[in-house]
Write a new protein. Sequence first.
Length: 448
Amino acid sequence: MKSKISIFALSFSTVCMVSSCLGDDNDTDVVYYDDAAIAGLTLGTLKCPSDTDSIDVTGSKYPLQIDQYARTITNAPDSLPINTNLKNTKFSAISLINSTNGLVGIKSLTSDEILYFVKDTPYDFSQPREIIVFSDNAKANLTSNISFSQDIPGTRKYTVNIVAHQELADDFKWHKLDIDNDIKNYKSVKAGICNNNLVVLGKTANGSELKALVNGTWKKVKTFSANANMTTDGNVVYIADGGKIYSSSDATNWQTVSADVKTILGICGNEMFAMSSNNKVVVSYDKGVTWTNDNMEDGVLPSSYFNFISTATTTNKDIKRAFIIGNTNNGAKAVVWSKIVEDDATRDQNWMYQAFSGSNFYYLPTLSNLSVIPYNKGNLLAIGGNYDKMYYSSDCGITWQEDERFVLPEGFSANGASMTVDADNIIWIVCTGTGQVWKGRLNELGWK
């Protein structure tokens, strides 16, 4: 009869010995513990199949997290690459707590039998598996008929879940929502995010109306004049209309301040930017209560399709970069301005005009209904015109090219469209003329 447990490999034991020396007494006292735990577990080299061959995956780059209370071990926060062969998972190292001669076993996939757990031996972890640590005393009391299902004193059981991504990092998937007739009939539209809800300000025959998509259902929130314009910072929606700025964090309850601004541009850090009635860029440090002219270099400001973008810098979390991107009344190239914004506003830099040089063949063209968002680690994504392509800039708006990862969805149709992006890196596109609403995300930006 095959025994449920036999001699375990000693390669996965931690030896803790306490020695005492009294006079000429050379005896060594070995401390035996009633409990033991896994202090560390490291993945070894794994294989990742491809179309033609396989590549090595260095498992140590994907640390395992141990929860001693829940008794779980997983690499879920940093999943292995897609198609990693989890049926041949190896572990290169393990360390134990409170063990001079403890042992580690693994539960069989087909029974309660406890098997050897040996370093650099392949195991099938395509599903969660349980392992058990035997303390010194538990090991001393082992008998041949012990199975994993028993509650064995002096042991600690863990559920080990090794996970790999189920999708390619660079894949981008679009999903289409139901057609909305109000959006279909808008003359123009501006989209934004308010506390992770999609909000749109649409121009109607009689003025403007704000709608919010809450739990999958559209609701009309508030009406404004035909000259109203909107921006959001992800948490609050701001609407400038008739010398006032209206703000709300839930698109239901509103606050109002008087402000002589023509177009509210956007928010970057603690600063709000707008176009004044005399076509100057102005800044407010108190959410629109007071305004001052902002410092700008010489250059041409956009006159239509204003887009304000705020991105984080990679060098310092206290420093952000703001962009104003739009069109002029003539010319084939869009207008790009940028500015460094710091938490300490006295250290802000001037707005800089980023003129496209004659040798730059990858400029952002003048596009009707131009819509620009920050995406993928502070880069920029733009659509407009006849909607035949998406333009991507990875160098702060200097060059704009097509990127095979970013393509408008099949069946996309719009007279005009507005893009926005939420805190989960989901891009939303709202389309007039057809009422289409799309959402999509680059796979890797959804991984937690």
